[in-house]
Design a protein around this ligand. Structure first.
Ligand SMILES: Cc1cc2nc3c(=O)[nH]c(=O)nc-3n(C[C@H](O)[C@H](O)[C@H](O)COP(=O)(O)O)c2cc1C
Length: 163
């Protein structure tokens, strides 16, 4: 699948088959995430891959709108050091991860994040060092769903030369 197809077909998936994700595919997703654009090339990110079922259950108990992580065979907890542009850098990495997953035929869902009251609980669960912020928990697996969320059209969102 080329990059444009991956960008156009990526969707947030919240129902997964039990089939495990090969380690090589997880590594490829994170390899693409770590190559994202980053202010001043600081690359403040760290990625914790979680496949253990008990650990995914523990994450699910904490995540407000991420209970489905128990059924996703893998999760990636994306963290960033508390740098000036950590949200932008971390978000760019997450989006790369999602698109790479799509290109590999994997389903994914971005689960928030730094602004949630549970952020410190997730950080503690994965043993993140002090000074790291939670960017997202990303569910990964093979899709058992085909959602078609409404999207604003290009004409609705694009402005040429001025707003
Ligand atoms: C910052 C951010 C936080 C999100 N948090 C959640 C979440 O906690 N749970 C969830 O199920 N989806 C979450 N999503 C996914 C959005 O709900 C989803 O991207 C949106 O509904 C559009 O659907 P699409 O991704 O299929 O295009 C989040 C997405 C972003 C960008």
């Amino acid at each position: 699948m080329d990059a444009l197809d991956a960008l156009r077909t990526r969707r947030s998936i919240r129902r997964y088959k039990s089939r495990p994700v090969p380690r090589e595919a997880l590594e490829t997703c994170i390899d693409c995430a770590r190559l994202a654009a980053t202010a001043r090339n600081v690359q403040p990110w760290a990625f914790v891959v979680v496949t253990d079922a008990a650990m995914r259950r523990a994450l699910a108990e904490t995540l407000e709108y991420g209970k489905f992580i128990t059924d996703a065979p893998a999760a990636v907890v994306v963290l960033c050091e508390d740098t000036k542009y950590y949200i932008e850098d971390g978000s760019a990495a997450v989006q790369n991860l999602l698109v790479a997953a799509t290109a590999l035929g994997l389903a994914s869902c971005w689960i928030a994040g730094d602004k949630k009251p549970y952020a410190d609980d997730i950080r503690a669960l994965v043993g993140a060092p002090d000074g790291y912020k939670l960017i997202a928990v990303v569910a990964l697996g093979y899709s058992a769903d085909h959602p078609t969320p409404a999207k604003r059209t290009l004409a609705e969102v694009v402005h040429w030369e001025k707003f």
